[in-house]
Design a protein around this ligand. Structure first.
Ligand SMILES: Nc1nc2c(ncn2[C@@H]2O[C@H](COP(=O)(O)OP(=O)(O)OP(=O)(O)O)[C@@H](O)[C@H]2O)c(=O)[nH]1
Ligand SMILES: [Mg+2]
Length: 538
């Protein structure tokens, strides 16, 4: 049991573990930086990115993010603010990397959904929203980029409710927009917050706060902006909605905050408003058993693996979300995949690329474990082997390609690099049946994943590669218990091919949807599935 001086309930109640999600380019990484600035975790916004960029001279993989100006992988940042311990996960928005983003969603207790106020709800935001809703994850909304010509704020709120089918409660309201965006009105305290822009938004924006009638504040606004804001606020009041915590926690209503991440407008209000209402870690239900975070057994699961994050340490980190009990460095835990006991000695807390040894961790924390090659995505680590999490979603690949090694002298590097990257789950692999080609067929949710594999093979393993696209676009799983002779007996449409996934489950690769449907109709006794039957060991 726990030593008397640690109150585990208190530790759990302090934790807020959340992801920032949205369509590409809405401003997730920018907002993350600004939350760190306001959370006191960095002194100067941009310093995490800046550190990343300095490293880019040695870690070219980050170079790819910089070159393209997009996030290709999620980032974990842990910091303390105002009595809370935050575990923040910035996710990539591009749909080709949605496997990474979806895995992160299994590890968090709430999300901040960022919306570009000029664009409203974009397709990827909608998809991510659906995943959150299915999981019942509470959603907080940040309407970003109010410093640009934006949609009418009432229309934005209406769009949220209409398109996503969720209640929306504006916690604050924009004052002016575009060049005239001056700040926000906090509806809960009835205070105006007027900000000044700072060069590059590096420092906190100076703010003056006052009631609507406060002359110091009123004097800063022109009549048009002031009257429009007051009119809109009256309309909102008239609608008479109240902040409903229970609906927010049930994922039925989202608190809405307006602002501009790049200018630091509204960031503090978002941070404080979020912390006030976001949930602490709660129970997870697995196979009908409820595992409370206060369960004395330590348990957690691996939702991400990443090698070579820091060129100083060429190693592999398994990201674990702690779900129950207390983690202690050097403890021994049961590892679900190998069914063996493992000693967890090299544990870290993470802040982007930086890491620091951590001696203990509590439910809600994300920690990085180094030095276990047998760890895979989805694995459970626990002191109670009865606990088994099956959280990680699988995706149906839609793009297929062969990867060749053009340089026989580098065969070892090529092979080792590819194996590592597949273990990280950067890409899926299939093995063609009866094939002389020994390298796997790469299977991706989107083609940018191939680019990342090639880039990282070259920069981290010194192995060049040549990509050859494969003729298939559809994969379907066969029943996992099919025997070899039954597979032999199948009559496949022209151009189709049998293969196995990494769990040795048989699949068919089809040239197109039509061909897959045709097979389905002519082989009614062979049920096809778009995803493998999930076994916890995978
Ligand atoms: N005008 C304006 N631009 C912003 C604001 N916030 C972010 N941006 C810009 O929007 C662009 C995209 O920002 P990111 O933070 O990289 O977007 P992201 O959502 O992390 O993008 P991905 O991770 O690739 O999906 C950058 O050029 C930012 O400078 C804002 O409040 N106002
Ligand atoms: Mg980003």
């Amino acid at each position: 049991m726990f030593p008397a001086f640690v109150n585990i309930t208190e530790e759990i109640q302090k934790r807020r573990t959340f992801a920032i999600i949205s369509h590409p380019d809405a401003g997730k990484t920018t907002l993350t930086e600004k939350l760190l600035l306001y959370g006191g975790a960095v002194q100067l916004a941009g310093s995490v990115t800046a550190r990343k960029n300095q490293r880019a001279t040695t870690s070219d993989w980050m170079e790819l993010e910089k070159k393209r100006g997009i996030s290709i992988s999620s980032t974990v940042l842990q910091f303390d603010y105002n009595g809370y311990r935050l575990n923040l996960l910035d996710t990539p928005g591009h749909k080709d990397f949605s496997e990474d983003t979806y895995r992160v969603l299994t590890a968090v207790d709430s999300v901040v959904m960022v919306i570009d106020s000029a664009k409203g709800i974009e397709p990827q935001t909608r998809k991510l929203f659906e995943v959150c809703r299915q999981r019942g994850v509470p959603i907080f909304t940040f309407m970003n980029k109010c410093d640009r010509p934006m949609k009418d704020p009432l229309a934005l709120v209406d769009e949220l409710e209409r398109v996503l089918g969720i209640g929306a409660f504006p916690v604050n309201w924009p004052i002016g927009d575009g060049y005239d965006f001056r700040g926000v009105f906090d509806r809960q305290t009835s205070q105006m917050h007027l900000f000044e822009r700072t060069v590059g938004g590096k420092y906190r924006a100076p703010v003056s706060v006052g009631g609507v009638d406060d002359p110091a504040v009123r004097g800063q606004l022109d009549d048009t902006t002031f009257n429009k804001t007051v009119e809109e606020l009256e309309m909102l009041e008239h609608a008479g909605e109240i902040f409903d915590d229970a609906a927010v926690l049930a994922g039925e209503s989202t608190p809405v905050f307006f602002g501009s991440a790049s200018n630091n407008f509204g960031v503090q209000l978002l941070l404080d408003g979020f912390l006030k209402h976001a949930p602490a870690p709660k129970s997870r239900v697995m196979g009908g058993i409820e595992i409370s975070p206060e369960n004395p057994a330590f348990s957690g699961f691996i939702f991400k693996i990443q090698a070579n994050m820091d060129p100083k340490h060429r190693d592999r980190i398994a990201f674990v979300r702690v779900c129950s009990g207390k983690f202690e460095r050097d403890m021994t835990a049961h590892h679900s995949r190998s069914a063996k006991k493992v000693r967890l000695s090299s544990s870290h807390k993470l802040f982007g690329n930086e890491r620091e040894t951590v001696d203990e961790a509590y439910p809600g924390d994300v920690i990085g474990l180094v030095g276990h090659d047998s760890f895979g995505i989805g694995d459970t680590l626990t002191t109670d082997p009865k606990i088994l999490y099956k959280e990680i979603p699988r995706f149906t690949p839609e793009a297929f390609a062969h990867l060749h090694n053009p340089n026989t002298a580098k065969f070892k590097q090529f092979r080792q690099g590819l194996e590592q990257l597949m273990q990280e789950g950067v890409i899926q692999a299939l093995y063609l049946r009866n094939s002389s080609i020994k390298t796997p067929l790469l299977a991706a949710v989107g083609p940018l994943q191939f680019e990342v594999v090639q880039f990282r093979l070259e920069s981290e393993y010194g192995a060049a590669s040549r990509l050859e696209s494969a003729p298939w676009t559809v994969v379907r799983w066969l029943p996992p218990d099919m025997k070899e002779d039954e597979l032999d007996a199948l009559s496949l449409p022209t151009g189709s091919r049998l293969a196995y996934d990494i769990g040795k489950n048989p699949v068919i690769l089809f040239q197109n949807e039509w061909s897959a449907n045709y097979f389905g109709e002519t082989n009614k006794l062979v049920p096809l599935s778009t995803l493998p039957v999930q076994t916890a060991k995978e």
